[in-house]
Design a protein around this ligand. Structure first.
Ligand SMILES: [Ca+2]
Length: 419
């Protein structure tokens, strides 16, 4: 069972299956102005000779594992970034040194969802000021160009902790250049596996287990650029420095074509009999400073933080719809927080995939995670058509996988009946 599950989660990342019809990605334009030097104040936390915002020459927008870079000309910038993702904006000097990152609405990133004009939305941040490493806009787009439910905003504040450590992680190899600019970035996110309940069918309603009952498994995912590990050595994680674990196991290590890698880790030494045994720990990783090491290269110091995410897990609850022959024709999805509160999926998800299993093994998979070619705001996350229809004889388990706006991965397992 353990090996089978390892395989099934690993395969998650690899299979292409052109089931969804995606439209061209839409770009949001973000603009703003940097104060002239005589108006600029040094950041509150900066030492006397530190950079000020008027030293900024470039704006770096990054989302997932991708970025775009724009020059600041005559104190103004304008940068395009895809709708449907959380985007961080970092301000750099002419030598690419980090000055600060955009901070508004309690977030270290802009969630580009709930946009008033969809993919045509233009956001003018107006004048910017620096406070420590936070770049504060005069115009706050949250509540203006970006309209989010309160639950979603709170969820992003919690799950988006990666962006809070942006200043610490932006140059983790210490060469003075933001790692993403030369494909040396390592991005740490969280993976969650849980048994959500029973999937619905034409004749039975889906059942969401009470949150006291479902077992949540945690692991930590590191995604690295091609220049982090040119020799493709073994990837290891240790830490946190403040209170290190005796053992951290790697359960997935994958070098993609081109040399990017994905590695997933669990805390070792736990006894666990859940379905996610071998790929997760029953407790989340502690916050703190970790060291990621590849082969014999020097270790990278990375800050990881993900605060009590459980109340904000958006659970995609599936109901399978079939034709007269019993073949699967569509999947209806409702999204709920663990307490049953409905949430708007378009404000939370970027990608979704499904795995269908019988007791004998994988029947088939629909969709692919970590695919940035789609436009999330155009995907119907509530009703997924399955064309052609699929035979689901023997089906006993459906795993719904999805990525949230900030890159955390969820795998929610739904069963045909109570065990
Ligand atoms: Ca660097």
């Amino acid at each position: 069972m353990k090996k089978y599950l390892l395989l099934f989660i690993a395969v998650f990342l690899l299979i292409h299956c052109g089931v969804f019809e995606f439209l061209t990605r839409q770009y949001v334009t973000i603009s703003g102005r940097i104060p002239p030097p005589y108006l600029d104040k040094r950041g509150a936390a900066s030492p006397g000779d530190a950079l000020t915002l008027s030293d900024a020459q470039k704006v770096l927008a990054f989302y997932g594992n991708h970025y775009s870079l724009s020059e600041i000309r005559n104190g103004s910038f304008s940068i395009g970034t895809p709708a449907g993702w959380a985007t961080a904006l970092a301000f750099l000097d002419s030598g690419n040194a980090f000055i600060g990152n955009l901070f508004c609405g309690g977030l270290n990133m802009l969630p580009l969802v709930g946009l008033i004009d969809g993919g045509q939305t233009a956001i003018d941040l107006s004048n910017l000021t620096l406070d420590g490493c936070s770049v504060i806009p005069e115009h706050d787009p949250l509540g203006n160009e970006i309209i989010l439910d309160d639950e979603v905003l709170e969820c992003l504040r919690i799950t988006g902790a990666y962006f809070a450590s942006l200043a610490a992680n932006i140059d983790s190899d210490g060469d003075g250049i933001p790692d993403i600019l030369n494909e040396k970035q390592v991005i740490l996110t969280s993976r969650f596996v849980l048994e959500g309940g029973l999937y619905g069918t034409d004749t039975s309603d889906a059942v969401l287990y009470d949150s006291s009952r479902y077992r949540l498994g945690y692991s930590l995912r590191a995604e690295g650029g091609r220049n982090v590990a040119p020799d493709q050595g073994d990837i290891r994680l240790s830490g946190p420095q403040e209170d290190p674990y005796a053992q951290i196991d790697v359960w997935q290590q994958l070098y993609l074509a081109g040399g990017d890698f994905i590695a997933s880790f669990k805390v070792g030494g736990y006894e666990d009999s859940s379905l996610s045994e071998g790929i997760s720990s029953p407790y989340p990783f502690r916050f703190g400073t970790y060291t990621l090491t590849v082969g014999n290269l020097p270790g990278r110091t990375l800050y990881y933080s993900n605060m009590g995410v459980e109340p904000y897990l958006a659970l995609a609850v599936p109901t399978l719809r079939t034709d007269a022959d019993g073949k699967l024709t569509s999947i209806g999805l409702e999204y709920r927080l663990p307490d049953g509160t409905p949430v708007d999926p378009v404000q939370l998800l970027t990608d979704i995939t499904f795995q269908f299993d019988s007791h004998e093994g994988r029947l088939f998979q629909l969709g692919e995670l970590y695919d940035l070619t789609d436009a999330p705001s155009e995907v119907d996350f509530s009703e997924i058509s399955v064309r052609p229809s699929r035979n689901i004889d023997g089906l006993c388990r459906v795993t719904v996988g999805y990525i949230d706006l900030v890159g955390n991965e969820y795998n929610v397992i739904w069963f045909d009946r109570e065990p």
